[in-house]
Design a protein around this ligand. Structure first.
Ligand code: ATP
Ligand code: MG
Length: 139
């Protein structure tokens, strides 16, 4: 995958609250092109694998439990400087610290139910895209 791509997930709380369309609209209005898209529900082993980097953190179990609590929407997004620009668009992990206008400021309920995931590096974007999408689902 090219390094101008990032992986996002609209998390279960945001999907459940009906924010999928509004979030995708803000993403595309910010210059990202959707090159893969699906609604799916993670299994427990999916969530543990996806968040393996956080296995030693105190919030790991709650994070995995939350991420399997309902459907998510996963997407690969393309834009110059995608990883960094998307992290700017979503805002800080804790919505109370997120800048005005960011997706987490608008849609997050709390630090754990923070509405949107964004890859944190080009390497992880590539790994996370492959986690959710086969080659023929990436355009
Ligand atoms: P994400 O990886 O979901 O885009 P992030 O990169 O901003 O979020 P990470 O440090 O990777 O933050 O943490 C992954 C997720 O774990 C966060 O989005 C949040 O839902 C949860 N999390 C992180 N820190 C805490 C915490 N101190 N308490 C509760 N949940 C947390
Ligand atoms: Mg992260």
């Amino acid at each position: 995958m090219a390094t101008n791509r990032t992986l996002t997930m609209i998390k279960p709380n945001a999907v459940k609250n009906g924010h999928t369309g509004a979030i995708l609209e803000k993403i595309t209005a910010s210059g990202f092109r959707i090159v893969a898209l699906k609604m799916t529900q993670l299994t427990s082993s999916d969530a543990k694998k996806f968040y393996d980097v956080h296995v030693d953190k105190p919030f790991y179990k709650d994070l995995c439990d939350f991420m399997i609590s309902g459907p998510i929407v996963a997407a690969i997004l393309e834009k110059e400087n995608a990883v960094e620009d998307f992290r700017t668009l979503i805002g800080s992990t804790d919505p109370e610290e997120a800048a005005e206008g960011t997706l987490r400021k608008i849609f997050a309920e709390s630090k754990s139910k923070n509405a949107v995931h964004g890859s944190d590096s080009d390497d992880n974007a590539r790994i996370e895209a492959g986690f959710h999408f086969s080659r023929r689902e990436q355009f």
